[in-house]
Design a protein around this ligand. Structure first.
Ligand SMILES: [Zn+2]
Length: 437
């Protein structure tokens, strides 16, 4: 009997965690995990990539349903329109969201993500209840909508059901619409337990925990979630929004006596399983705390720009050895290349210099940001993704070396062209768990 051809890809150049390597054969097994990487090796049995191959990007922060308000929040109705008035519009739009609609929006969104170069997404999922704040007849209906959408699109998923208790710092009462986000601690833990059972044998899905923010959850609530994790999923990731807006920092300081990141580190042992989403207004002391903990800061450049959040002190944080990931957050943009482009450009504008980190390197600045974003993204998914490495998911992007913008350039120049000037039309193929999308 003839042996079947090996599963894999022959690459002219591949971006490994420590940089480019030429002429690499990548093999994967039937479950889509990379089984072997042969350097300086040509295997004529493997299909040949149409250009350099890089890991698919991890989208470390998404609220799928917000995709449906893109373009509907840009007509200002007050001179003081801001993040908080945007949030009101977003909340009002929730009335249109039920499990079927959520599945439809998320399916289309996740497909757009895979076409654009994201191969995994962390869904920070906080709309659990019906418009009256009651559980649906199937209490898992909204989470299942997200699971179904990821399955349809073929994207890897870290589903992060959100725990939400209060309307603001100091255990404030809930505001209008926020009742859709609230589950009792018992209902929340039961949901997590059922989702863990349901997805245990699915290599494409991980379940994690997400206390929404210090606005919405107190320290006791975070510890209750950590207790559940220690019993049911000890290595599951933990994601939280923090320090996105100045007003949030001021309210936290006024009510809890400390800045939010300072308070979080004071109350909770933060480690590399944690993803601090935004951290926009971290002080230099807070940046040092995060960097020393091994936690990841998830930056969402296009959303943070759209909402007028502010600018994260990236160069100081990287100097401290800090870890970053990128996220599409409100999903106003689903291109990882545009996120990295804006991330880097805003820092150049802020510092009035091109070499943000003041580092010389044989790889371009875009490639550096790409690798940095993969490192943190890999860490916060709880899944073996984000690196071209044995045992990791074969999530790969094939650049189109014949594309008009890329032809005649080195592999590193091609990736930097894509990041600073291109779009997903310069991708020849997107492969997720060994399957070409
Ligand atoms: Zn968010």
């Amino acid at each position: 009997m003839r042996e079947s051809a090996p599963r894999g890809l022959q690459t002219p150049d591949v971006l490994l965690p420590d940089g480019w390597a030429p002429n690499v054969a990548i093999y994967w097994d039937e479950s889509g995990l990379i089984s072997e990487i042969r350097l300086s090796h040509t295997d004529p049995e493997l299909p040949l990539a149409q250009g350099p191959v890089v890991p698919g990007m991890v989208n470390a922060h998404s609220h799928a349903f917000q995709r449906s308000i893109v373009g509907r929040t840009h007509s200002f109705t007050s001179p003081t329109d801001d993040f908080w008035s945007w949030r009101e519009v977003m909340y009002d739009h929730l009335s249109t969201i039920d499990p079927d609609r959520l599945e439809q929006i998320a399916s289309e969104l996740y497909l757009d993500m895979t076409r654009s170069g994201y191969t995994s997404v962390c869904e920070f999922h906080y709309v659990h209840c019906d418009p009256d704040g009651n559980l649906y007849s199937d209490p898992d209906a909204m989470s299942v909508a997200i699971l179904n959408a990821a399955e349809k699109a073929g994207i890897g998923l870290t589903l992060l059901p959100v725990f939400y208790e209060f309307g603001g710092f100091g255990e404030k009462d809930l505001e209008n619409h926020q009742n859709r986000f609230v589950l009792s601690l018992g209902d929340y833990c039961d949901l997590i337990t059922r989702l863990l059972d349901r997805t245990r044998d699915n290599p494409g899905i991980e379940i994690g925990y997400a206390p929404h923010s210090l606005r919405a959850v107190n320290a006791r609530g975070i510890h209750q979630l950590l207790d559940h994790r220690s019993q049911h999923a000890p290595s599951a990731p933990f994601h939280i929004h923090v320090a996105e807006q100045i007003r949030e920092v001021e309210e936290c300081t006024a009510v809890l006596g400390k800045r939010p990141i300072e308070y979080l580190f004071d109350k909770v042992a933060i480690d590399e399983h944690w993803c601090l989403v935004h951290a926009t207004h971290a002080s230099s002391e807070e940046l040092a705390l995060i960097a020393a903990s091994g936690a990841t800061v998830c930056l969402c450049p296009t959303t943070e720009a759209d909402l007028g959040d502010g600018v994260f002190s990236l160069s100081s944080y990287l100097e401290l050895g800090g870890t970053i990931a990128i996220g599409s957050d409100s999903n106003i943009c689903v291109s990882p290349f545009e996120e990295i482009r804006l991330l880097d450009y805003v820092q150049r504008l802020r510092l009035q210099k091109r070499n943000v980190e003041g580092i010389t390197s044989s790889i371009g600045a875009g490639t550096r940001r790409y690798l940095q974003s993969l490192f943190g993204g890999s860490q916060v998914t709880g899944r073996p993704v984000g690196h071209i490495k044995e045992g990791f998911s074969a999530d790969l992007l094939e650049l189109d070396a014949h594309h008009s913008q890329l032809s005649g350039k080195s592999s590193d120049e091609q990736l930097n062209t894509l990041i600073y000037s291109g779009d997903s039309s310069a991708l020849a193929a997107v492969i997720i768990r060994g399957e070409t999308k």
